[in-house]
Design a protein around this ligand. Structure first.
Ligand SMILES: [Zn+2]
Length: 749
């Protein structure tokens, strides 16, 4: 650094418990952001935003260190922190930029082992960019870098934590949840379960914590509660293991403040994210998705043989003239969740399977069939014959990653390494057979949007973390496409930006998360769609009117006594799930559909079909549109107590439907902007009595011209309902029970 200026902040009163603490801080300023760093310890003392206010405040702690390194020293794991260095120095090259350096490891002034943190505030965006570099590691190997560890969050910790865990979830009062969980922490790996590289914690003011990684390196975002530090957010960077003297994270961490909520943070992220290669190469944006997928009006997620899976669809087609597609489980030879990849021949026989698929296509019904992209049953004959363990992922100590999903058979599945040509070839060969020999529409690649580390040195990929997994995953999808037909559709489980160039569809079951997760404090939000709706097609739901079916290949002794229609007390849950899919711009899905539902649950089926038809009328918003913040409903919508069911797919063994209640709004609303600048507001009324709502908002909030027309659309009926002028949009809507509509705002330029 050529110039060193230390900004001294006037001292605060000294608490007794921190007698030795000095209040001298280095102040960095740029745009609306101010950062204070302890000049003696490098601790982040404060982060303030001119309009949002104080985001981070930590006046006294001596342990809220910024970083921790996990290292391997002569075969032993070692944790290294700032406290292991005797000398600390902070230098400022400019009012908005600083370098923090830790030297003299274990008191040895001659040690070359140094840690340097660089901070710069971008004055235009008021975002701060942070990096960490490690030098002089000698024989030690770096395995993890935890940086930054952000504490001093008392201002926000009783607010809301929003996380792009696949589609997106939020938790209110996260400190309380973390504290009461007895040391539990939440963590999400990116790319993978974390679909985008940011999280946000907000109350009146918000903290934005992100990375600018363009190359899909492995990292983990976490939230935890520490008795001494309170709530802590951190990012753990996971490099590949290599004996190098130096390391620097190959991107920046971003810390910013804002006033708003998760939608504000998502907009901040979107301005960076859609410029990246995964967005530019997205299959939806580049119109690479097969037509049959784009035109699908409704997905049916059924399981079993053609008779059970496809026959009900022919009956449904009598009532629904939009294309129906099927997500098909349990078509395969072996039993579910313990026999993969022993899929072929299909359990009903090769000829029957082929004939039914051909017939279905003649009726406009296409199928995505289940094929797990990660797992191999380790008690199958093929596991031994192919010596599959050689190509499975290994932990640092060489252990396999094995898990028993199937509680009926207790046979486990083991994670394969996508970094091995063997596994990619094996999977692509299977996919080729299905796509070519059977003429299937595509493959549902279960567990595709998941990342693992692998420490097997014989696999030929960098060891440990790094970014080999995401690249190898894309390679696997390419190999499937190269062998299959051009119209092959590939779906992932969950959502993730890293797979936008590889996958056509992203299964987003969180729209129905209460059904499998219960009331665990997390609520679904359309966070992924709010950034990537026009780049990624989200579909799917666990939403069902039935108890989960039972695989004929599972032990008959465990078959549950009661299977069939769920009690109609849960109908409102079904309506909410389907309503969310509609307003959140997703392709709808009905799970476990049987013909008798047409007769026994006509109200629910008709409601679903109405939503599906209306959605198909507005692809410019609900398929290709960009997410906008929905206008506020006036008066605040009535809340209703909804009876919800939770039941796992493995119901039948010591598990029955669990019931819980939750207050939920009776009117749902979304907002989507079309490419030509019009605004579409999908609205669903879930109440059972007629109601009236008002909308009152400004045209400029949606970049709309000052005047225009308003249209109200229900199924096959678009009605002009008035105009707006002077930039003020106001309308009163009468809503019938269970009504769904699209309010369209057409500006006159
Ligand atoms: Zn491997």
């Amino acid at each position: 650094m050529a110039l060193c200026i230390v900004y001294i902040v006037p001292g605060m009163a000294q608490p007794q418990a921190a007698r030795s603490y000095t209040s001298e801080k280095v102040l960095l300023s740029g745009g609306d952001l101010h950062i204070e760093i302890d000049r003696h310890t490098g601790i982040l003392r404060a982060l303030r935003h001119k309009t949002a206010g104080t985001i981070i405040r930590d006046e006294v702690s001596r342990i809220n260190h910024l970083w921790t390194l996990s290292m391997i020293d002569q075969g032993q794991s070692v944790i290294v922190g700032p406290q292991d260095f005797v000398d600390f120095e902070i230098m400022c090259a400019a009012p908005n930029e600083a370098q923090l350096i830790w030297r003299s490891y274990k008191g040895e002034s001659a040690s070359a082992f140094t840690i340097a943190v660089h901070i710069r505030i971008d004055s235009l965006t008021s975002l701060s960019y942070w990096n960490i570099a490690v030098a002089g590691m000698s024989d030690m190997i770096l395995s993890r870098v935890s940086f930054p560890q952000v504490s001093g969050l008392d201002e926000l910790a009783d607010g809301t934590l929003a996380v792009p865990h696949w589609m997106g979830e939020l938790m209110r009062q996260p400190r309380q949840a973390l504290q009461s969980s007895g040391g539990h922490s939440f963590s999400w790996t990116y790319p993978g379960l974390l679909s985008m590289q940011f999280i946000t914690l907000y109350d009146k003011e918000g903290l934005y914590l992100a990375c600018t990684d363009t190359a899909m390196y492995a990292k983990q975002f976490a939230a935890r509660f520490d008795q001494d530090r309170g709530m802590v957010l951190d990012i753990e960077h996971i490099p590949s293991l290599s004996p190098s003297a130096t390391y620097k994270i190959p991107y920046s961490v971003v810390i910013g403040g804002y006033q708003g909520d998760w939608m504000t943070a998502a907009a901040l992220y979107k301005s960076w994210a859609v410029q990246q290669d995964w967005a530019q190469q997205s299959r939806l944006k580049n119109r690479l998705i097969p037509d049959w997928v784009l035109t699908t009006g409704l997905w049916i997620w059924n399981r079993g043989r053609s008779e059970e899976v496809l026959q009900p669809l022919y009956a449904l087609r009598q009532q629904f003239d939009e294309p129906i597609s099927v997500l098909w489980h349990w078509w395969h030879q072996g039993s579910y969740d313990d026999s993969f990849p022993e899929y072929l021949p299909p359990r009903e026989g090769t000829d029957s399977f082929r004939e039914h698929i051909t017939l279905a296509k003649k009726h406009g019904i296409h199928a995505l069939v289940y094929m797990n992209a990660l797992q191999w049953g380790d008690q199958t004959a093929s596991w031994k014959k192919q010596e599959a363990a050689r190509y499975a992922i290994k932990s640092p100590s060489g252990q396999l990653h094995t898990h028993v999903y199937n509680v009926f058979t207790n046979r486990s599945l083991t994670n394969m390494c996508v970094g091995t040509p063997f596994w990619r070839d094996w999977y692509a060969d299977l996919a080729d057979t299905l796509l070519r020999d059977f003429g299937l529409g595509g493959i549902y690649m279960d567990q595709a949007c998941i990342q693992r580390e692998c420490y097997d040195p014989t696999h030929g990929h960098p060891i440990g973390g790094g970014n080999f997994w995401a690249h190898a995953s894309r390679q696997m999808a390419r190999e499937v496409r190269e062998r299959g037909s051009i119209a092959t559709a590939l779906s992932g489980e969950g959502s993730c930006e890293a797979w936008l160039p590889s996958l056509d569809l992203f299964l987003s079951l969180q729209v129905s998360r209460e059904r499998y997760a219960g009331d665990d404090g997390w609520e679904p939000i359309p966070l992924f769609q709010s950034v990537y709706h026009e780049y990624a097609l989200s579909y799917g739901s666990y939403s069902s009117l039935m108890s989960p079916p039972y695989d004929e290949k599972w032990p008959q002794a465990n078959r549950p006594d009661t299977q069939g229609l769920l009690d109609s007390v849960y109908s409102q849950q079904f309506m909410i799930e389907q309503g969310r899919s509609f307003i959140w711009g997703m392709q709808p899905m009905l799970a476990n559909f049987t013909v008798d539902q047409l007769l026994q649950r006509p109200q629910e089926i008709n409601y679903l079909l109405r939503l599906a038809r209306l959605r198909k009328q507005y692809p410019q918003y609900l398929l290709y549109g960009a997410f906008c913040r929905p206008p506020v409903i006036l008066p605040a919508p009535l809340m209703q107590q909804v009876t919800l069911s939770k039941l796992s797919i493995y119901a039948g063994q010591n598990e029955h439907v669990r019931t819980f209640q939750k207050d939920m709004p009776t009117v749902l609303i979304g907002a989507w902007q079309s490419a030509d600048g019009q605004l579409g507001l999908p609205i669903v009324h879930l109440g059972s009595v007629k109601t009236q709502i008002r909308l009152d908002f400004k045209a400029q909030d949606y970049d709309l011209a000052d005047r225009g027309n308003l249209y109200r659309s229900i199924e096959n009926k678009k009605q002009f309902i008035g105009t707006y002028q002077n930039g003020k949009i106001y309308t009163v809507l009468e809503l019938e029970p269970r009504e769904a509509l699209v309010l369209e705002i057409e500006p006159i330029n």
